[in-house]
Design a protein around this ligand. Sequence first.
Ligand code: ZN
Length: 173
Amino acid sequence: MVLYKYINQPIYSFFSNFKRHSDNRPEVCHNCRGTKFHGHGWRRRYVHHNGQDLHILIQRFKCCNCSRTVTILPSFLTRKFIRSVDDILSHVRNSFYGLKNTVARQVSTFYRRRFLRHLSPLIMLLNFHGAHLSLPEKENEKAIKAIETAQVQFPNSLSESFFRNTNKHFMAY
Ligand SMILES: [Zn+2]
């Protein structure tokens, strides 16, 4: 089991040398509640964002007590997805609008289905953070409104807030 911690770090700060940021240590181990960690190296991670392919470095720590690894993920990403959250949301929104997507239809359908599983917790999260959404009845209109609100309310930070509030990775099965 790998543990995760999301950090709110904008994507551009990864373009140059991200290794400068060293204040992203986990505070507590979600497995054993231990509070001591040692660095466990960096892993290259492939990211697709806004038509660009990037490689960024992801920092890992190891709990000194139970030896579990904690991966530090920036909140513009979500676990297991190469595409940035912003990209995913844009594709889903386009697909609900019936616009042509730049991703294959199967990918678009997959994103949309996954997103719909997360629509209710997302709406709860948005409302909890003061959005007070008055939502349309139709599912696709509801989804569009939630996405557009999330893009404004959580730029670069949806995964972190989502994980903190639901204990789930955004878009995870
Ligand atoms: Zn531990």
